[in-house]
Design a protein around this ligand. Structure first.
Ligand code: TXA
Ligand code: MG
Length: 335
């Protein structure tokens, strides 16, 4: 199959394909999604096929408005309503009890459905004009690095899907926060751009700690993984590159004495074997965690393309969106 990449001006092509029961990759403010009409089981099956995603992994459904939400889910919780008022449209997914109309293939047979309302102008336009709920997981092969540009989507799914709408690099760079609300408690299934700190004014925030939940493979211990072996360290400053090994580094921010071998080295006593990384990326120049999140997946992807023996990634400060980056790092790791 030929995969076409078009600009926002050609959204009509996406709408037509979706209406015809096809899949289309679209930008959202988090990562690119692979969308299909959520109420058409045959269309949704094509998402699973293109991604080689196991059928037990439920999808997120994107709605254009509150009316559509009412059609697919029941809204009993006042707290959930408040979260929607505050964070929708935006990078927050809320798990609701589902209505009959939602096909089992979307929810993997669960009684709940995960719903979100994207703030991305292209995604919004498509879902509004279509006026149908859209199922859309990340537009990557199952278990692999999430795509934050149209080119990444092409690299992952080119030849398997008919169309990608190019909206440039995504704003947040990591997937939406997923929550479920139980009376006054906000249970966080997946950390993301809506941080614990932002949720706390609305109720008690609890992490869902179950190590493996079959209903939520974003929770699987290994996910978001590069092909290259990856380990996570507290600090790159202490890491010594063994001679003859091609090792790449994913650093939080620049620190004197830790550079890649291609750059001039600072003449400090800290200059030692740790300088011999074959490739190095800094998630942020300024120590800004939002910038780090936006850069995270594409830098990981670049390192993965460098033919390295190993990627060493440094944990970032565990605050704000940093917690979500560390969560992705842990799941991308093979240690
Ligand atoms: O930012 C995002 O959320 C992106 C964009 C494209 O919208 N989508 C995304 O989808 O990250 P995906 O399929 O990569 O992740 C969906 C996650 C999975 O971990 C899935 O298990 C979980 O949502 N999920 C879906 N339905 C659920 C449910 N009813 N209860 C709990 N978790 C659910
Ligand atoms: Mg994903």
């Amino acid at each position: 199959m030929k995969t076409e990449i078009v600009s926002a001006q050609e959204c009509a092509k996406a709408i037509k394909l979706l209406r015809d029961g096809e899949v289309v990759a679209l930008p959202t403010e988090t990562v690119y999604g692979l969308a299909a009409d959520a109420l058409n089981p045959d269309a949704v099956a094509k998402i699973f096929e293109a991604k080689e995603r196991p059928r037990f992994d439920p999808l997120i459904v994107h709605v254009p408005n509150g009316k559509m939400l009412d059609e697919i889910a029941t809204l009993e919780s006042e707290l959930a309503r408040k979260l929607m008022e505050k964070f929708w449209p935006g990078p927050l997914t809320i798990v609701f009890p589902k209505r009959e109309i939602v096909p089992d293939i979307v929810t993997a047979g669960l009684e709940t459905v995960a719903v979100r309302m994207s703030a991305h102008p292209i995604f919004r336009e498509v879902v509004r004009k279509l006026n149908r709920p859209l199922a859309a997981p990340g537009a990557n092969q199952f278990g692999r690095i999430s795509p934050t540009t149209a080119q990444h989507v092409f690299g992952e799914l080119g030849g398997r899907i008919p169309l990608i709408v190019d909206g440039g690099a995504t704003e947040h760079g990591i997937e939406s926060t997923i929550v479920q609300v139980a009376s006054r408690v906000i249970e966080v299934w997946r950390r993301g751009p809506i941080t614990d700190e932002m949720l706390r004014p609305f109720g008690e925030v609890r992490e869902q700690t179950s190590p493996v939940n079959v209903g939520a493979p974003g929770q699987l211990p290994t996910h978001y993984a590069p092909r290259t072996k990856l380990i996570v360290v507290e600090s790159l400053g202490n890491f010594c590159v063994p001679p003859g090994r091609r090792i790449g580094a994913l650093a939080f921010r620049p620190v004197a004495g830790v550079t890649d071998s291609g750059r001039p080295r600072p003449t400090t006593a800290a200059t030692n074997a740790s300088s011999d990384f074959a490739a190095m990326h800094h998630l942020t120049e300024r120590g800004d965690l939002r910038e780090a999140a936006a850069n995270f997946f594409w830098m990981l992807r670049e390192l993965d393309a460098e033919n390295l023996d190993l990627i060493v990634a440094e944990r970032v400060p565990e605050e704000g969106i940093g917690a979500a980056i560390n969560d992705r790092l842990t799941r991308a790791a093979t240690n």
